[in-house]
Design a binder for this molecule. Sequence first.
Ligand code: NI
Length: 280
Amino acid sequence: MEPTRSASLSKIAQSYERDGFVFPFRALTHGEAGAVRAEMEALERVVAESSEQVRTLYGAYPNMVVPWVDEIAHNPTIIDAVKAVLGPNVLLWNCSLFIKEPRTPDYVGWHQDLHYWGLSGSSEVTAWVAITPATVGNGCMRFVAGSHLKQVSHVDTDDQTNMLSRNQELAVEVDEADATEVVLEAGTFSLHHGNLFHASHPNRSDDRRIGLALRYITPDMSQSDAPKDYATLVAGDDPSGRFELLPRPRGVFHADDLAKAQEVYEAQYGIFFQDVENVA
Ligand code: NI
């Protein structure tokens, strides 16, 4: 299937309901994706020489402190696809850059995202945007079609090359032959359900594999493991009032944005984000 802006929204919803995922869709041109990578890598050099607070908050909440990350989270093509599966009211709950460096052993074990996030309900979808191409050789995601219909148990392991925070994996066997390889061109994205079994291989290539994972929810989700939670409204309204709505960033590492991100960090980390996948 060729990436397209014109895929009908009802077809997106049908595939997603049946398989728990749907891809690919194009959000950025090749040129735009290349520009994002260049901007990100320039920012990495700044971050490396910045305070520990900036390094921490860039890793935890890039969308809150860097406008171009926030812009991708509001990309109209992504939002239209997300609305096709979640409906008109959409919050961005969390966002992470996933980077696998060239020729590194780190992989992601089979898991379900919603198992560890303390969120009630299952109206969550991740849009995973390929900033570089994602290929079988550089460790693209792998999905098991139809596995999103129920939650299963997970176990912690002692495998340090598993990039998940507790090196966790599903407590059930996954037949590797059932996996769909989520090959994405730079600038395209996939959608996957929060209960979908997914994993990824190591990056065996000579270039970095860079993706941006955007986690969207409906306002009727709620946080069970913490007294308060935060999100950014990206479409429609939030009639529930269960989430404190976050402002959009004013500039790269603007002092007011860093202060807000620090507040969110202190409220969230150590409570339910202790189990969120590591940001490489
Ligand atoms: Ni995941």
